[in-house]
Write a protein that binds this ligand. Structure first.
Ligand code: 1CP
Length: 340
């Protein structure tokens, strides 16, 4: 899937493919208790990871967990409030940073042990030909939640702290680079075939100057280099949201990623026309088109196939599937994609 060959029809999976749009997910979620209980229970995490594979036969499966288990493992308070999304004890300054666990603290990885157990159990249960993806958040995206305490549209708290005390934000990013490099290596060792790094909040970084490189691309590059010291041929997808055509163009050369995950706002044909033919792309169906269905959905699937014909591409959405998406539209999308 990630070796650079063009496959027709392209392999497909969906970001957030295990989730609330599936009744079987809602059932397991109710049995598990809280969202974090679901993430830290390897049997439940395995079950919800497999649900979309059983139903749709996607070519790739993604570990069920969340990017915010890492701040939790570092000792930060993390809660998932029903209907409101994640809430963390916001990191306002140096005092909160100093209370985080040091990167070498073995408690971090004993806390995350159920994640590695889930990876092994999913790999054992998956069909042999289905790729298993592990993942983590990019350092800037994870740091933005740690600083702001929640998802904020413009990430004002993280940007303000990066302006007021860049050394502190750099220390936080460094801590995340170190811990998450090890986190990804351990996911590979537990059985992941490839991993995806989610940079969901690159869009708030100013386009000019070196912000995108400094806070986003370079820390991701350091993680990728660190992982490949231990897993030399590690396949790593970087999904960058909101960084525009130019930002997406920079991902593969500047980070060393094996593939660039493209968000729905980017014109895929224009991006492909500018990228080398050997670059692997992934994406980028608009999650709202999947809600809409009908001719609009068929047309967008066709457009993605047209833009990537003969080129190495992984079919996906341009961001996560939303809870109100009708299941029949996912079936329609796959039927259109796989039609002979
Ligand atoms: O019970 C529920 O349905 C809660 C919703 C939910 C789910 C299904 C959350 C809360 N996280 C997840 C799982 C999840 N999160 C996966 C599982 C694998 C999959 O099937 O794709 C993955 C890969 C993530 C990654 C994640 N978490 C990201 C990066 C991707 C993205 O959406 O941009 C981010 C930003 C988060 C934080 C988070 N966790 C949950 C929510 C609702 C959010 C976003 C909150 C916000 O910014 O407002």
């Amino acid at each position: 899937m990630l070796s650079g060959e063009a496959i027709s029809p392209p392999p497909a999976w969906m970001m957030r493919q295990a989730g609330r749009y599936l009744p079987e997910y809602r059932e397991t979620r109710a049995q598990a208790g809280s969202f974090l209980d679901l993430c830290y229970n390897p049997a439940f995490a395995t079950e919800v990871t497999l649900q979309p594979i059983r139903r749709f036969g996607f070519e790739a499966s993604i570990l069920f967990s969340d990017i915010l288990v890492v701040p939790h493992a570092l000792g930060q308070g993390v809660r998932f409030v029903e209907g409101e999304g994640p809430q963390l004890d916001a990191m306002a300054g140096r005092a909160e940073f100093d209370r985080l666990r040091e990167a070498e603290d073995p408690t971090i990885f004993s806390h995350l042990a159920p994640v590695f157990e889930a990876v092994s159990s999913i790999r054992a249960a998956l069909p042999h030909e289905t790729t298993l993806l592990g993942f983590c958040g990019a350092p800037w995206t994870v740091a933005s939640y740690m600083i702001g305490g929640r998802g904020t549209p413009d990430l004002a708290p993280a940007r303000a702290l990066a302006g007021a005390d860049p050394e502190l934000v750099e220390s936080l990013i460094d801590r995340l680079v170190q811990v998450q490099t090890e986190y990804l290596i351990r996911q590979f060792q537990a059985g992941a075939d490839a991993v995806q790094i989610f940079e969901s909040h690159a869009g708030v970084l100013p386009e000019g100057g070196d912000s995108l490189a400094r806070w986003s691309l370079l820390p991701i590059a350091r993680m990728i280099q660190g992982v490949r010291k231990h897993v030399p041929d590690a396949k790593i997808i970087v999904f960058c949201r909101g960084s525009g055509l130019d930002g997406h163009m920079r991902v593969v050369p500047e980070t060393g990623a094996s593939a660039v995950g493209v968000d729905w706002s980017v014109d895929l044909a224009a991006l492909r026309a500018r990228l080398p033919e050997t670059t692997v792309t992934q994406g980028n169906l608009h999650p709202e088109t999947l809600i809409e269905g009908g001719v609009a959905l068929d047309a967008e699937v066709d457009g993605i196939l047209e833009a990537t014909r003969g080129l190495p591409h992984i079919f996906n959405l341009g961001h996560g599937i939303t809870p109100q998406t009708p299941i029949v539209h996912v079936e329609q999308m796959l039927a259109r994609l796989r039609r002979k």
